[in-house]
Ligand binder design. Structure first.
Ligand SMILES: Cc1cc2nc3c(=O)[nH]c(=O)nc-3n(C[C@H](O)[C@H](O)[C@H](O)COP(=O)(O)OP(=O)(O)OC[C@H]3O[C@@H](n4cnc5c(N)ncnc54)[C@H](O)[C@@H]3O)c2cc1C
Length: 439
């Protein structure tokens, strides 16, 4: 039994996470299908479990990691505290980079696609544009359904899954070639050569690794069930509203008879954001519409240099603070970092097997993960932060710019994943404009 466990929680104010994930099922969600059995916490009791890779959390980062690691031949188990499918406060908007990296057939999951975009500045100066060709800008999913499908894909690749299992802490040991002991609520410890922490914004793994963030936002969001006539008005169209709280924005994402409406912005201005959310819902005429869910959740953006690994533990997705600081788009970051973590874990396990009990060979193989994340996702995050600074300082100018046909076209190419903010900021004219606006 390890002598001490990782700090059980982040600092107290962050434990006031308004988005504690609800276990409520979204109507119409399917049961997770897959090749491996799903066990619950009770089945864990009494078992002495040793895996190559334990993945904590079954969001896009965790399932992406588990799938990559299992496909690479590792013995993998995913530990998820909720019953699946589970609700997650999220717009469920899949940008091009998400659909590019999701790795599963989305045709049965996409509730709606968007080829018309309306942008407003706190409800005013409305500009709408639509695509003339058949390709949509964005695909809309229910996160409960997407996450269940991604988990099923991980199971099909060979990962086993245990739901209703809450991880409480991690402890590394040099014994037996090196392993991580994972302590779970109401069950015996599990062990693995590598742990991938994909347990979201307020998870234990980020605390263990020492992730630190310099931007913390809160998102407030509801799923509104609307009359058919209202649904028809929004079919194929989404709204982005630049909000009155600096750096904030709101959205309407259409999903048939459900509209996902939300706002996101600086957590320290939570009271103002609640007022903004209420007014947005009023303006849309939805105050009395039934809500399937109405909840809040934090997003946290890692600070420069924040660790992505400690010993045999890697962090991915929200657990590592990986998301776009401006749009707060995180699914593509979770999918990409999850897969990279899974691949690094496979390399580490293989190196350790090759080295027998001289387990430090595996540790060297894990070094590739932070380096790849910094190289691939780092520039995107830096660029997103620069645009957020301009957007926070000069929302009116940003609205005017984004409303003009040229910049609007650029914005939609970003959404589609045909370019990135980082690539655009390498153009001297664009960089100069963004830097000037941020002053
Ligand atoms: C309001 C809002 C709207 C958003 N809209 C969008 C959007 O439209 N498009 C987009 O791309 N991104 C959006 N995001 C961001 C996106 O939701 C996240 O970036 C994404 O969910 C990150 O995935 P993840 O797998 O890292 O973490 P999560 O999806 O949060 O998954 C973490 C999992 O870990 C589990 N877990 C937590 N703690 C433990 C524990 N101790 N033991 C076991 N399991 C545990 C949780 O139950 C959960 O299933 C939005 C965020 C917010 C707040």
């Amino acid at each position: 039994m390890p002598a001490s466990w990782a700090a059980a929680s982040r600092c107290a104010d962050e434990m006031a996470d308004p988005g504690a994930v609800s276990d409520a099922l979204v109507p119409g969600s399917g049961k997770v299908a897959g090749s491996a059995e799903i066990a619950d916490a009770a089945q864990l009791a009494g078992a002495a479990e040793i895996y190559d890779v334990l993945v904590v959390g079954a969001g896009p980062a965790g399932s992406g990691a588990a799938r990559a690691a299992a496909a690479g031949g590792a013995r993998v188990c995913v530990l998820e505290r909720s019953a699946m499918p589970r609700y997650k406060t999220c717009g469920g908007g899949l940008v091009g980079l998400s659909t590019d990296h999701v790795g599963i057939d989305l045709s049965g999951l996409v509730r709606s696609t968007v080829s018309e975009l309306t942008i407003t500045l706190d409800g005013r100066y409305e500009v709408s544009r639509h695509r003339r060709d058949a390709h949509p800008w964005l695909s809309m999913v229910m996160r409960s359904e997407l996450d269940a499908a991604l988990l099923a894909a991980a199971q099909t690749a060979g990962a086993s899954v245990r739901t209703g299992v809450q991880v409480l802490g991690l402890e590394e040991s040099a014994a037996d070639g090196g392993f991580v002991a994972v302590r779970v609520r109401d069950g015996r410890d599990l062990r693995a050569r590598v742990v991938i922490g994909a347990d979201g914004t307020s998870g234990r793994c980020g605390t263990y690794v020492g992730v630190h963030c310099d931007q913390v936002d809160v998102g407030l969001e509801g799923e509104f069930v609307v009359e058919r006539a209202v649904a028809d008005r929004w079919a194929g169209r989404m709204l982005l509203d630049w909000g009155p709280v600096p750096g904030s924005y709101g959205w309407v994402f259409p999903k048939g008879r459900v509209l996902t409406v939300g706002v996101i912005g600086d957590r320290s201005r939570g009271g103002e954001l609640r007022g903004y959310y209420r007014r947005l819902v009023e303006r849309l005429g939805l105050t009395d519409a039934p809500r399937e869910h109405d909840s809040g959740h934090l997003t946290r953006v890692r600070a420069a240099g924040s660790p992505l690994r400690r010993g045999r533990v890697l962090v991915a997705g929200d657990a590592a603070g990986l998301l776009d600081p401006w749009t707060r788009e995180g699914i593509s970051f979770a999918l990409r970092s999850g897969r990279l973590a899974g691949e690094a874990a496979v390399a580490a396990v293989a190196a350790q097997r090759g080295a027998g009990s001289a387990g430090s060979a595996g540790l060297t193989a894990l070094d590739g993960y932070p380096a790849k994340v910094e190289r691939i996702l780092g520039p995107e995050m830096v660029a997103g932060a620069e645009v957020l600074a301009a957007f926070t300082r000069r929302p009116v100018v940003m609205h005017a710019l984004l409303s003009s046909p040229g910049t609007f076209g650029l914005f939609t190419r970003l959404i589609e994943g045909r370019t990135t903010i980082a690539r655009q900021l390498r153009r001297p004219g664009v960089r100069a404009a963004v830097v000037a606006l941020a002053r």
